[in-house]
Design a protein around this ligand. Structure first.
Ligand code: FAD
Ligand code: NAI
Length: 510
């Protein structure tokens, strides 16, 4: 009897939790589909122009009370991209639209309307306080270039792919930064496989085509290599068995080890796991030249000598980190205080671009002393959101105090009430104005390394916890799921995971 009662209670609790969860999801979905009516921005307010729709800018927009400013967003991409799951899109574990969130949806949920222009900012004039924008999309109207004046400008344009001017890289390799890159890689993997399986293909060509080379052993290269090997083991091997023994993934890194920003123990764990997965790691190997079929690299030998090697490849993915975007380079040349900036716009502790007024920079294009990560960019965006909200409140309070003071001078009768309000406003002002400088709080680093294993360096109490394996992989999945932008993204990602597990990844080449 007792067991039955316990069982009945357990069942009730599970049932109620499930109903609660479904109810809550329905409520969120309903709210998402029926946002409150928006009011138009007040044209007398300051114009705040935000460049970019990436991690930094979107975190700022999320936090910002848009009714305090005329907000204008400019970006060539009309969506936010959840980059941590981008490597999973290269093999179809996750479909690309599951990790995109349209910026129009994000902006529709703000209290006051925000203008969005799908365009690239091509130059910034800090003296005239205007930016030039260009529509570089496929479809263009009669006007595709114009200027936007700003009172306040936030630059969150991210970074572009570093190639270090190495010949052939731009022409022959794929990058892994944007959705288009992931789609191109997905297509090319299958093209290599199908071409290798072509009737009468020569043996050398099969080896070359089935050789997938990844240059750069940072987190992007490592995660991609892991995803690729999974794709091969779980799907390609079963579907194209005749050529499968020739499939090979090689990861090339110039430094003595991969994942230089992770702790030593996790570097060893990753390298061992890769060895088990049969991913070939070539460290101390610096790529010097790329042709349409080969990579030429310089290997540092243990005796200190150097050796030149030529590696044939079918697919080449280039992941050697970030370089400064042209618009940022151009702005740097216009500001004398930035003459020594090489890696981006030097900012102060309030993220103001040094040597300018009313220009802030966040994320990968800003140099604030932190690594170029999504975590840093979103914390910076969040900080600016709070800062701008406070600045607007300060202005409102100050003008109200001024209004009350002049009223007090005119009508002596109401002065006690007004004095009381002034006192309370001044108290609030002191609190609002006391904004501490930006301080980054590191939550840890996570990376997927293939075969359902991940590595994590996470802050734990006052120390650091370094862990790797299958449990860490579950943690990786739940952490990224919780970080997804919206409930819609979360649901889609879960469905994609289930779908690829149940039916395998889709190997159609399109
Ligand atoms: P971005 O997110 O790159 O956004 C820049 C925005 O500016 C884009 O919308 C772009 O279209 C727009 N833009 C570009 N040029 C212009 C212009 N001229 N005018 C106007 N707009 C412009 N970090 C982590 O912390 N954890 C991870 O797990 C992680 N995984 C990653 C995986 C991959 C594959 C990659 C490539 C990066 C990953 N990162 C990760 C790093 C992270 O994505 C970046 O640090 C982060 O995107 C930086 O944010 P951002 O806002 O500066 O730039
Ligand atoms: P990265 O800068 O971290 O790594 C690039 C690697 O390429 C370096 O190790 C470098 O030594 C190597 N390299 C450079 N030139 C080379 C050459 N010619 N030949 C061979 N190797 C060469 O770049 P990545 O991985 O793109 O990351 C960029 C930023 O995004 C980093 O800050 C990273 O932390 C972050 N990121 C974080 C992720 C995570 O936390 N899971 C995932 C992806 C990126």
């Amino acid at each position: 009897g007792r067991l039955r009662r316990t069982f009945r209670w357990a069942w009730r609790i599970t049932y109620l939790s499930a109903v609660g969860l479904v109810g809550y999801t329905c409520y969120i979905v309903y709210q998402d589909r029926h946002p409150e009516p928006q009011f138009e921005p007040d044209p007398t307010k300051k114009t705040l122009v935000i460049l970019g729709t990436g991690w930094g800018s979107v975190a700022l927009l999320k936090k910002l009370d848009t009714e305090n400013y005329n907000v204008v967003v400019v970006s060539p991409r009309n969506y936010f991209l959840f980059t941590p799951l981008l490597p999973s899109c290269t093999t179809g574990t996750i479909e690309h639209r599951s990790i995109m969130e349209p910026v129009r949806t994000i902006l529709r949920h703000k209290k006051a309307a925000v203008k969005f222009y799908e365009a690239e900012a091509s130059s910034i004039d800090p003296d005239r306080k205007v930016i030039k924008i260009v529509d570089n999309s496929e479809i263009q109207g009669a006007t595709s270039e114009t200027e936007i004046p700003y009172d306040m400008l936030v630059i969150g344009v991210g970074a572009e792919n570093a190639t270090f001017g190495i010949p052939g890289v731009r022409e022959h390799s794929c990058f892994l930064k944007e959705i288009g890159d992931a789609q191109q890689i997905r297509k090319k993997i299958m093209d290599c496989v199908e071409t290798a399986a072509f009737k009468g293909q020569t043996s050398d060509e099969i080896d070359r085509l089935m050789h997938m080379v990844v240059v750069g052993g940072g987190p992007t290269g490592v995660e991609f290599a892991g995803e690729l090997q999974d794709f091969f083991e779980e799907d390609i091997k079963k579907l194209v068995p005749e050529i499968s023994p020739r499939f090979k993934v090689t990861l090339i890194e110039a430094l003595p080890n991969v994942l230089p920003s992770f702790s030593k123990q996790l570097i060893d764990y990753t390298e061992n796991t890769f060895r088990e997965e049969k991913i070939d790691i070539k460290t101390k190997t610096m790529v010097k030249r790329v042709t349409d079929t080969t990579v030429e690299a310089e290997v540092s030998r243990p005796d200190g000598g150097k050796e030149r090697v030529v590696i044939p490849y079918g697919l080449l993915v280039w992941a050697t980190g970030n370089a400064v975007r042209p618009i940022v380079k151009d702005l740097i040349t216009k500001i004398p205080a930035q003459k020594d900036s090489r890696r981006g716009l030097a900012v102060n502790e309030y993220l103001v671009v040094q040597g300018t007024r009313d220009i802030w920079a966040i994320g990968d294009c800003a140099v604030a002393g932190y690594a170029p990560t999504a975590q840093v960019a979103s914390q910076e965006g969040n900080f600016l959101g709070r800062l701008f909200n406070n600045m607007a409140k300060t202005e409102n309070h100050e003008s109200r105090i001024q209004e009350l003071s002049s009223k007090m001078n005119l009508q002596a009768g109401n002065s006690a009430e007004a004095a009381h309000e002034i006192e309370s406003l001044e108290k609030q002002l002191r609190r609002i104005k006391d904004i501490k400088p930006f301080r980054y709080s590191h939550q840890g680093s996570l990376a997927y390394i293939g075969s359902e294993k991940a590595v994590a360096d996470v802050s734990w109490w006052n120390g650091n916890l370094a862990t790797g394996g299958s449990l860490t992989y579950l943690f990786w999945r739940s952490a990224y799921l919780s970080m997804c932008f919206s409930t819609r993204n979360r649901v889609l990602v879960i469905l994609d995971w289930l779908k690829s597990k149940a039916f395998g990844r889709d190997v159609s080449r399109e």
